[in-house]
Design a protein around this ligand. Structure first.
Ligand SMILES: Nc1ncnc2c1ncn2[C@@H]1O[C@H](COP(=O)(O)OP(=O)(O)OP(=O)(O)O)[C@@H](O)[C@H]1O
Ligand SMILES: [Mg+2]
Length: 320
């Protein structure tokens, strides 16, 4: 397939700045130098355009560093991504009075259902955010049973969002664009994104919108299998679109006092070094019960081991 080239004016229009601004960024080394023809006109490839857009959005979105946007991600299924999103969010909101927005980026909509919301009853969800440019995210945000904790719900229709995004040049930037307004006005202290168990375009959107990443690890056999490809994706995002995402830490979840779990914990700590949370989330029936009751564990049994672990995790995140 022939590569598509963009002229300066086209790139400037896409980014909403002047051609001179683009030239200044290039001269100041903020974006890579591009090819010029014999007349000295600049021609940008699709990859140049992605890098420029990433720089522009990074400048615009993260000017004020107040809102931390934390993705909870691991492509391995069932490792407690959703459970951690709900309970970390609730611990930050209830114990520390932080304003928290949860974003459900998984078409399974477990986070949404886990807070007692039926996605089929909703008029608009993350599906609209991912398929309609400039759809206002405030229109989909809903209250939860926890004060200061709100949610941008998912819908199973998000399965179609991936093929829609595939046809868009700025496909990995839809979520980041959607968050720009609420980040600039510092509406939330924390935004927590529950990622899908795939390294797909929804995952890429989450990564490019995030400032931080938590990787939950369930200490079973092959626990670290997918971590290498996840790490590779993060490196590609850093080197490709040039977005810097900070690994807050690997988080051991569903820990049981067995020799196997101990061995895998040690292996995980060796792999991640100091980027491993001190808090270990135990396997705790109260956490599972709370999820069937569609509420965070702190609202169910505050004194349970599960609650205490998520409260300790919230403290580490606050200090991290
Ligand atoms: N600490 C825990 N103790 C006991 N059960 C837990 C704990 N954490 C999570 N679970 C249970 O494990 C199951 C999987 O958790 P969860 O849905 O959070 O995983 P996930 O990584 O989001 O899965 P998916 O990859 O499908 O999105 C759920 O039934 C949940 O209630
Ligand atoms: Mg999940």
């Amino acid at each position: 397939m022939e590569e598509k080239y963009y002229k300066s004016a086209e790139v400037a229009k896409i980014c909403g700045v002047s051609s001179q601004t683009i030239r200044n960024w290039e001269e100041n080394g903020k974006i890579p130098e591009v090819e010029k023809n014999e007349k000295g006109w600049r021609f940008y490839t699709e990859s140049d355009l992605l890098k420029i857009k990433a720089y522009f959005l990074h400048k615009a979105t993260f000017k004020k560093k107040q809102t931390r946007i934390i993705s909870i991600s691991n492509q391995k299924g069932g490792v407690a991504k959703t459970t951690t999103s709900i309970n970390l969010g609730a611990a930050l909101a209830l114990a520390h009075k932080k304003k928290v927005l949860l974003i459900d980026m998984d078409m399974q909509a477990h986070l949404t259902c886990g807070l007692g919301i039926d996605p089929y009853t909703l008029k608009s969800t993350m599906y609209e955010i991912l398929t309609e440019r400039n759809f206002d995210i405030k229109k989909i945000i809903r209250e939860t049973c926890v004060k200061n904790l709100v949610i941008a719900p998912a819908h199973p229709r998000m399965v179609e969002a991936t093929s829609f995004l595939n046809s868009k040049i700025d496909r990995p930037f839809y979520l980041r664009n959607a968050l720009r307004g609420i980040v600039e006005s510092s509406d939330y202290d924390y935004i927590i994104i529950d990622c899908p168990p795939q390294l797909d375009l929804l995952f890429a959107n989450a990564m490019l919108a995030s400032t931080d990443l938590i990787i939950p690890i369930q200490p079973e056999s092959y626990a670290l299998d997918g971590v290498a490809s996840l790490t590779r994706q993060i490196i590609e995002i850093k080197e490709g679109p040039g977005h810097d995402i900070n690994l807050l830490g690997a988080l051991i979840t569903m820990y049981k006092k067995t020799n196997l779990h101990q061995v895998i914990i040690e292996e995980t700590q060796r792999y991640f070094g100091y980027k491993c949370f001190k808090t270990i989330i135990p396997s705790n029936i109260v956490i599972a019960e709370a999820s069937t009751l569609k509420k965070p564990v702190i609202m169910h049994q505050k004194r349970s081991k599960g609650s205490q672990a998520y409260l300790a995790l919230a403290k580490e995140v606050l200090n991290g």
